[in-house]
Design a protein around this ligand. Structure first.
Ligand SMILES: [Zn+2]
Length: 135
C-alpha cells in the first residue's frame, strides 16, 4: 500500500518541481486531481486495514466453528485414538437382491457378522464375508 502513497507524494513533488500552480486552468485541475488521488489512497489504506481485521475475525470464527464441529461430531479425542477413528473408508456394494447401491464402513468387515442390505434387509455378506447372490 505504501507504494501508492509514495507515488502520489512523488507526483506532488514533481508538480512543485515543474512549477505547476493554480495560476493556470491546467494547474488548477492537476492540483485537484492530486487531491483526489490523495483521498483515494487514504480510503484504500483504511479499507485495507479493515479488510485485514475482517480476515482475522473470520479466521477466529472459522477456528471456533471447527472446534464446535469437533465437539458436536465427537472428534475431540481424535488424536488420542486415531487408529480407531482415523480415515474410515466406505465400500460401495451393489446389493445382489435389490440392486441398490449401499455403503459400508470398511471396519464393519472386522466383525464376524452378516451384513444386511439397509434397503431390502437381505443378507449381502454372510458371516464368512462371502458375497451372497441369488444364484
Ligand atoms: Zn438390497
Amino acid at each position: 500500500m505504501n507504494y501508492l502513497l509514495e507515488r502520489v507524494a512523488y507526483l506532488k513533488g514533481l508538480m512543485d518541481g515543474l512549477g505547476v500552480d493554480d495560476s493556470t486552468n491546467e494547474g488548477k485541475i492537476l492540483i485537484k486531481i492530486i487531491d483526489v488521488l490523495d483521498d483515494m489512497v487514504d480510503e484504500i489504506t483504511e479499507l485495507n486495514a479493515s479488510q485485514v481485521e475482517l480476515e482475522e475475525y473470520v479466521q477466529t470464527i472459522d477456528e471456533d466453528l471447527s472446534n464446535l464441529e469437533d465437539k458436536i461430531y465427537g472428534y475431540e479425542d481424535y488424536d488420542e485414538d486415531d487408529d480407531y477413528s482415523d480415515n474410515i473408508q466406505y465400500i460401495e456394494v451393489e446389493c445382489p437382491h435389490c440392486h441398490d447401491t449401499v455403503y459400508f464402513a470398511d471396519d464393519i468387515f472386522d466383525f464376524e457378522d452378516e451384513l444386511l442390505c439397509p434397503n431390502c434387509n437381505e443378507i449381502i455378506y454372510d458371516e464368512d464375508g462371502t458375497l451372497k447372490t441369488d444364484n
